[in-house]
Design a protein around this ligand. Structure first.
Ligand SMILES: [Zn+2]
Length: 181
């Protein structure tokens, strides 16, 4: 994984770019939640679930199908005031799906660990993209506070935070120009 905080940075930048101005506050916390939730699968290690297992790290919980389930759950339970199947409802549904699914996609750009089961549950194959510029983040705080951790932070600053920052700044500029017209 890129570290959780980098997934969250991308989620917030995407929200700044695409979310309507009047979204409720919990939209932002749920955006961060959806972007980091797949990594909750590391808990499996504690219970002896091996990395390559269906429910192992980067398994089913990193697949777009799981993202779809998350987005259905979040939209139905946390946006009950929004009319079902209205334009706003579809925005939330698609947005939370994209955020949850983007987690596995971002992970597929990392250079270590096992690949991502992007087609789970239909295939057990683990995938990486042919180009993997992001230094894989170690699992656990202890390993993170190390030289490896610094390499991860450096590569995430370049490959995740910089694009996220540019997305946020450019989209804010475009939206404020559009709002004036
Ligand atoms: Zn991950």
């Amino acid at each position: 994984m890129p570290s959780a905080i980098s997934h969250a940075a991308m989620a917030v930048a995407t929200g700044i770019a695409f979310a309507p101005r009047d979204v409720p506050n919990h939209f932002w916390s749920l955006s961060i939640f959806c972007s980091i939730l797949p990594d909750a699968d590391v808990v499996g290690f504690v219970f002896g679930i091996p990395y390559h297992h269906f429910f192992g790290h980067r398994g089913f919980f990193h697949a777009p199908l799981f993202a779809l389930l998350v987005s259905i759950f979040v939209t139905i339970f946390f946006f009950r005031a929004t009319e079902l199947f209205s334009e706003r409802w579809f925005f939330y549904f698609i947005f939370f799906f994209m955020l949850s699914a983007s987690h596995g996609i971002l992970d597929a750009f990392t250079n270590g660990g096992l690949g991502i089961a992007l087609l789970s549950p239909f295939s057990k194959t683990r995938y990486f993209f042919p180009w993997t510029p992001i230094e894989v983040s170690p699992i656990g705080i202890k390993a993170f506070i190390s030289k490896w951790g610094f390499m991860v932070i450096k590569s995430e600053l370049i490959w995740v935070w910089l694009p996220a920052f540019l997305i946020a700044v450019l989209s804010t500029a475009i939206r404020s120009v559009a709002a004036r017209q």
